[in-house]
Write a protein that binds this ligand. Structure first.
Ligand code: MRU
Length: 364
């Protein structure tokens, strides 16, 4: 049971249990009421955990998929490399079908498949070991990346600032620290204080349930607001910066994130408040020119009509539109904070520079 003293920062959002051959996650659908760890071994269970948002947030989905496909590979019962590769591909395609928008899912699975391409002559046991090591590295890299985003983000705010965030792009959405919430958590480590407003984030309430719980449990001054209160809070002068995460950034800087984010971006422009998108390079999809081409997940109607209500809210028979994400166009984005530094407009240029830095770092 989650108590006042539970600090979620001390838990692993997503991990590999080698002994049990299991993906271990916090069941985020149970938060904040219960901190329940799930040990998942079957591919269907892992697929469902991603689809049902038991594990969620672009980086955490990527790490879960990497561990999931490794576990699938470990369980393949053949010594024949060709048969092994075919079964691996089927497992990869299955996990890739869990959610369409967060590019980290495909990025992580492609990176796992690249292990097979880079080692064309390896035996099946050797490939299993290499896939294990890659999954572990993807997870550890996520921690380093989030910390670096936090450090860059922290240079943009000062002690005492009011910060508004939407959805949950915190530790619960990554392996550690988060992206949008990383500057706040790193600030807390340094003894800084912020006043954070978390949009409730209809319909799945990632802000009210997850960001509020994560921040409050780590001692941060946290105020939950309904999504439609953001304008009032900004007008009051209580917000000095907005930090959000993202599921996919296009090459031109258009940023796709949880539904409702683009409204926050428009308000930020109106009130002259900086709107920062925190994006690991694994979330930047340079193959997509602009945001209109990002696939937007649509989710079941009951998330809008019934979930969280004592009884169905709208009348039977009305239509429901439930897109899970929207795109904030690049003109609304003050800066994109990556692990390789802060990109500003024009993003076609600055994002290329970020990837140049990444390539340079890989050579070292
Ligand atoms: O549907 P969700 O809860 O997976 O959506 C998550 C978000 O929109 C996050 O802001 C995004 O994935 C970034 S997480 C660091």
């Amino acid at each position: 049971m989650a108590s006042e003293r539970t600090n979620i920062m001390h838990y692993d959002t997503v991990n590999l249990d080698d002994e049990r051959s299991a993906l271990v996650i916090i069941d985020q659908t149970k938060l904040p009421g219960e901190v329940e760890m799930l040990s998942l071994t079957g591919q269907k269970d892992i697929w469902e955990a991603i689809y049902l948002l038991k594990v969620r947030g672009a980086p955490a989905i990527g790490v879960a998929a990497a561990i999931g496909v490794y576990l699938a590979a470990k369980g393949i019962d053949t010594e024949d490399p060709a048969a092994f590769r075919a079964q691996f591909k089927a497992a990869k395609d299955y996990l890739a079908s869990a959610r369409p928008t967060a590019v980290n899912l495909f990025w992580a699975l492609d990176r796992m498949e690249a292990v097979l391409h880079k080692n064309p002559d390896a035996s099946v046991p050797a490939l299993k070991q290499l896939l294990h090591d890659e999954a572990v590295e993807i997870r550890e890299e996520d921690i380093r990346v989030c910390r670096a985003i936090g450090e860059h983000g922290l240079t943009l705010i000062k002690d005492g600032d009011g910060i508004l965030t939407h959805c949950n792009a915190g530790q619960l959405a990554t392996t550690k620290y988060g992206t949008a919430l990383a500057p706040i958590h790193l600030g807390v480590e340094k003894g800084m204080h912020f006043k954070v407003f978390t949009d409730e984030t209809r319909p799945l309430l990632q802000g009210a349930r997850l960001s509020a719980f994560e921040l409050h449990s780590n001692g941060v001054d946290t105020t939950v607001i309904c999504d439609n209160m953001a304008s009032q809070v900004m007008k009051n002068g209580w917000v000095q910066a907005i930090f959000v995460g993202c599921d996919r950034v296009a090459a031109n800087g258009d940023a796709c994130n949880k539904i409702g984010t683009s409204g926050v971006a428009i308000l930020a422009k109106h009130y002259g408040i900086p709107f920062y998108v925190c994006a690991p390079t694994s979330t930047i999809d340079m193959s997509i020119a602009h945001g209109d081409d990002i696939p937007i997940e649509e989710r079941p109607a009951h998330e809008v009509t019934e979930m969280w209500y004592k009884q169905r809210m709208p009348p039977e028979g009305v239509k429901v539109y439930n897109p899970a994400f929207d795109v904030s166009e690049n003109a609304l984005v003050t800066a994109i904070i990556t692990e390789y530094g802060i990109a500003r407009a024009p993003y076609e240029e600055s994002l290329k520079e970020i990837f140049r830095r990444k390539e340079e770092a890989a050579k070292k």
